[in-house]
Design a protein around this ligand. Structure first.
Ligand SMILES: [Zn+2]
Length: 117
């Protein structure tokens, strides 16, 4: 099993959930009330290498596929949003420079003569 502390696949013993988190519900078969299709079986685990205790949830494999797809999509949206904000800041700065140049142009007599025609 993959240990989140060791960041590696290690031997992790199945333990009673209260041995990992004393505040967690003792029910082992669980579901999300607002997503009744998200059902899982909770297990407490203890890493035999580092001693870290953590919870796991046994669930349908297609749910994991859906989770990965959602994470990838969210990461792409985050990337695009950050790129849009960076581009908008560049555009804003560029518009400021253009406006400043237009101000200089408007100060020229030749610009004022052309405008009055
Ligand atoms: Zn570990």
């Amino acid at each position: 099993m993959w240990c989140p502390t060791c960041k590696a696949v290690t031997s992790c013993k199945s333990v009673y959930v209260r041995h990992v988190n004393q505040y967690v519900a003792t029910a082992r078969r669980l579901y999300r009330t607002n997503h009744d299709d998200v059902q899982f079986y909770r297990r407490g685990r203890k890493c035999q290498t580092c001693g870290h205790g953590f919870m796991t949830a046994e669930t349908r494999e297609d749910f994991i596929d859906e989770l990965v797809e959602l994470r990838d999509t969210l990461a792409a949206i985050k990337h695009d949003t950050e790129q849009y904000i960076a581009d908008s800041e560049k555009t804003s700065k560029s518009l400021g420079s253009l406006n400043e140049s237009l101000g200089k142009l408007r100060a020229l007599k030749i610009y004022q003569k052309q405008k009055s025609k």
